[in-house]
Design a protein around this ligand. Structure first.
Ligand code: ADP
Ligand code: MG
Length: 298
């Protein structure tokens, strides 16, 4: 393609909300034959909501959510935001919930949070978090987790003073049109793969809903990047689509990194292409534009 064609292609992209950072990014996109999608905030809307709470002791919901929210209000994680939002329902003044003070707050990436509230040690997170703190997960809690995961929800465990006391189910539905995008990519001979830090059960359920066959779950940020490199080593030209800080290493490793416009600044900086409207269809827009610019029309 001539420099003029590249300029035109980049310009057309910009006018459609597909920000292409330079000619090399536009060129690489037409060779892509495998796309790695992040789950949360990329395939899903990224606006999780609490849909269910199961308490395993005689603790009341109001007290339970007061302690959980006091811990989670210190976390930036979307799941934490969903939990705090839901917990407000149990406060007298929802606008001004005035959570009790949390001491010794720590956030454990990919696992959850820990804090001391009202002299109680609160843990909120996944199975790994409980395992690392030697918290036993009773059979009924395991059943609730499996059930939630089967419905594509994320189950979050809560322990207080070393005892598992509750399970929350959080739902984050697919973005509208996600399924169609995956099926169009398939017809374009492009393979789609999902990587996520979330658990295997939820990940597999979401993948089934969207029509993705290959899933990598419980992946740390470096592992997301490693999977991209593995695919490249087996001959694929790989695009990565993601929105989070935890996707940045993979966005950099990919032949083409595409960031969701509504995502974090760090992901947007790491990417070669930014999908300003945060629509998944624009993954196809970008590839089409590149194909039109770089494949000779016969
Ligand atoms: P993703 O790739 O889906 O964005 P993360 O790596 O951020 O996932 O988190 C993985 C998992 O760790 C979450 O699904 C959740 O189980 C747990 N987790 C992380 N942060 C929190 C938190 N603040 N509260 C509860 N659970 C959390
Ligand atoms: Mg994400």
């Amino acid at each position: 393609a001539t420099p003029t064609a590249v300029m035109v292609g980049t310009g057309v992209g910009a006018s459609q909300g597909v920000l292409i950072k330079g000619g090399r990014a536009l060129e690489s996109a037409h060779k892509v034959n495998c796309i790695v999608f992040d789950k949360t905030g990329t395939l899903t809307a990224g606006k999780p909501v609490v849909v269910n709470t199961k308490l395993l002791t005689n603790m009341v919901l109001r007290e339970f959510y007061e302690l959980v929210a006091a811990a989670e209000v210190n976390s930036e994680h979307p799941l934490a935001k969903a939990i705090v939002e839901y917990a407000k329902k149990f406060r007298e003044d929802e606008e001004n919930p005035a959570w009790p003070e949390a001491r010794d707050f720590i956030s454990i990436t990919g696992h959850g949070v820990k804090a001391t509230v009202r002299n109680k040690e609160i843990l909120v997170g996944n199975k790994n978090l409980m395992f690392d703190h030697n918290i036993a997960i009773p059979a009924d809690a395991k059943d609730i987790l499996v059930e939630a995961e089967g419905m594509a929800q994320t189950g979050i465990l809560v322990a207080i003073n070393g005892e598992l006391v509750g399970v929350l189910a959080i739902s984050d539905p697919l973005k509208p049109g996600a399924e169609e995008v995956i099926s169009i990519l398939k017809s374009m001979k492009i393979r789609s793969i999902m990587v996520t830090g979330d658990n295997w059960g939820t990940a597999n359920s979401i993948a089934r809903e969207v029509g993705i066959e290959t899933v990598i779950a419980e992946a740390k940020p470096e592992q997301k990047a490693e999977r991209v490199k593995d695919l490249q080593a087996s001959g694929y030209t790989v695009a990565m689509v993601g929105d989070g800080i935890n996707d940045s290493p993979a966005l950099v490793a990919a032949d083409v990194g595409m960031a969701i416009g509504a995502g974090t600044d760090i992901a947007i900086e790491a990417a070669d292409i930014v999908l300003m409207k945060s629509n998944l269809e624009d993954v196809i827009t970008a590839i089409d534009l590149s194909r039109k610019t770089f494949s000779r029309i016969r």
